[in-house]
Design a protein around this ligand. Structure first.
Ligand code: ATP
Ligand code: MG
Ligand code: MG
Ligand code: MG
Length: 479
């Protein structure tokens, strides 16, 4: 089944259960002082859960563009190294705002997976909240009793507060959740660990696909829980992971969500995916990051030197760096993928086609200027090495390279090592620590699903010189 059909089937299914199908909200949030990016499907609906506003329709379903690169949900460093965490991904979701509750949410999740998508029941596991005496939360017996009508009891696993209790923040709506996991290991692989369940053990073929959150409590300021008068359902299923299961492959990157991008990267860079782990990681990083950056730009968020724009710039630079180091790309190349991406995703997300030219130009310009910086940094590193006595390069100088040219330690190490030098890591880390302390006061303090952005000494972004008919680009001045 093609990914397009998988997405459509999800929405059709919930439409048949009287849900209103709504388009994805933007991935970049403009008017929320507490959060930079939509990091879960429920974000656009949080006012309903907080009771500040009421929904016209008690049942809603969509596929939401999410980005997990900051705050409570930050998967950036995983991306490329594993095969199932992305920066940007789609979260398929169905919601009940004070309408149906656990019975229907579980029954429908089961029906969709096993009857519509025809997932083999023998690869499914579910988890149920085990309770936590320390704060008075009880085991979710109700969910357990519903699940056991569908699935063998030895496939219902108990989960702790970290994995199976969802809270919006220190206060507010919260409740237990049940997660659905798949185990797509081969029979031989399973035999190796003697039938042991590897749920929540970071195994690339034993992954969580769907989280069903049962919002039934309100946590008060004193920490106590009261039952909510109207209970809500919030579910989120990773679209790319679902595609992996339904397309019978072992990695999200082997689904048709990613293969067109990967083929294109292979062609442009003259590499081959699946032969060398280092190259594979780099290819995954590029394929993942171009999506995040392109969709952010299509939402109107340009790379810049502060706030959300800086996060986007860092993601793109990470991709450039992996391309530079492992795919031997010394000239801009990531922008060339935008066409393929627009073709692949434009049906479900028209903005990516509409903003194609802008996205293409912005990425190209960013690549050009960062590669220039990399070149300058390389020259500087050569000078540093030339003046180094012995074989250990000063960590202080390596930190300067990082601070001024965005040269991360691993890149500096890599280049230095090629010339037979090491970097004094302790010195580098000391510089890093001092810088973190300096910036702590001026940066975001993030506690829950929402971050609180403190007023910060805003470094202004001087805009791009790109003309586009679609987006008005404001140029800022230093204040
Ligand atoms: P995981 O434990 O795998 O990190 P999670 O528990 O953090 O996932 P949830 O917050 O429950 O994820 O989000 C709902 C669903 O979204 C998950 O079940 C998963 O399928 C998907 N998902 C979460 N994070 C990512 C990601 N970084 N990339 C792709 N899919 C993701
Ligand atoms: Mg996670
Ligand atoms: Mg999880
Ligand atoms: Mg989860």
């Amino acid at each position: 089944m093609k990914s397009q059909d998988i997405r459509a089937k999800f929405l059709d299914f919930f439409k048949s259960k009287q849900h209103e199908i709504v388009p994805s909200a933007p991935m970049v949030l403009k008017n929320d002082p507490t959060l930079m990016f939509t990091n879960a499907g429920m974000v656009p609906f949080k006012e309903f859960f907080l009771g500040n506003s009421t929904s016209k329709n008690g049942r809603v379903s969509d596929s939401q563009k999410c980005l997990r690169v900051s705050g409570k949900h930050n998967d950036l460093e995983e991306v490329g190294y594993d095969t199932y965490h992305h920066t940007m991904f789609e979260m398929l979701g169905n919601w009940s705002f004070g309408d149906y509750f656990k019975k229907e949410a579980i029954a429908w999740a089961w029906e969709l997976l096993t009857e519509v998508y025809k997932v083999d029941k023998d690869i499914l596991y579910v988890t149920v909240f085990e309770g936590d005496e320390s704060d008075g939360t009880k085991m979710d017996q109700e969910a357990y009793d519903i699940w056991k009508q569908y699935i063998a009891e030895d496939r219902i696993l108990m989960g702790n507060k970290k994995d199976n209790f969802w809270e919006m923040g220190e206060q507010g709506p919260c409740g237990p959740c049940s997660e659905i996991h798949v185990d797509i290991r081969s029979a031989e692989e399973k035999a190796k660990v003697d039938g042991k369940s590897l749920v929540n053990e970071d195994h690339p073929q034993v992954v969580e696909i769907w989280n069903l959150v049962f919002m039934q409590y309100n946590r008060k300021a004193d920490g106590s829980l009261v039952e909510l008068p109207a209970k809500h359902i919030d579910t989120g299923m990773g679209f790319e992971r679902l595609c992996m299961v339904l397309q019978g492959v072992q990695s999200n990157y082997d689904t048709d969500v990613f293969t067109p991008l990967i083929r294109e990267i292979e062609t442009i860079t003259g590499t081959k995916y699946g032969k060398d782990e280092k190259i594979d990681i780099a290819i995954r990083v590029v394929a993942d990051h171009v999506r995040a950056v392109a969709f952010a730009i299509a939402d109107g968020q340009l790379p810049s030197n502060n706030g959300a724009g800086y996060v986007i710039r860092r993601i793109l630079r990470r991709a450039i760096r992996y391309g530079f180091t492992f795919l031997n790309q010394k000239e801009p190349f990531i922008y060339k993928l935008v066409e393929t991406l627009a073709y692949q995703m434009g049906g479900a997300f028209p903005e990516i086609r509409k903003q194609n030219t802008l996205v293409h130009n912005v990425i190209k310009e960013e690549e050009t200027s960062f590669l220039r910086t990399l070149d300058q940094g390389l020259l500087l590193l050569d000078q540093v090495i030339a003046t180094t006595n012995g074989k250990t390069v000063s960590g202080k100088r390596a930190f300067e390279l990082y601070d001024t040219y965005g040269f991360p330690l691993d890149l500096t190490q890599l280049i230095a090592r090629e010339k037979g030098y090491e970097i004094n890591e302790e010195e580098f880390n000391a510089g890093m620590k001092a810088q973190k302390e300096r910036s702590r006061a001026a940066s975001a303090s993030e506690t829950g699903d929402w971050v609180t952005l403190l007023d910060d000494d805003v470094e202004e972004f001087i805009g791009y010189d790109i003309l586009t008919t679609n987006v008005k680009l404001t140029r800022y001045r230093k204040v």
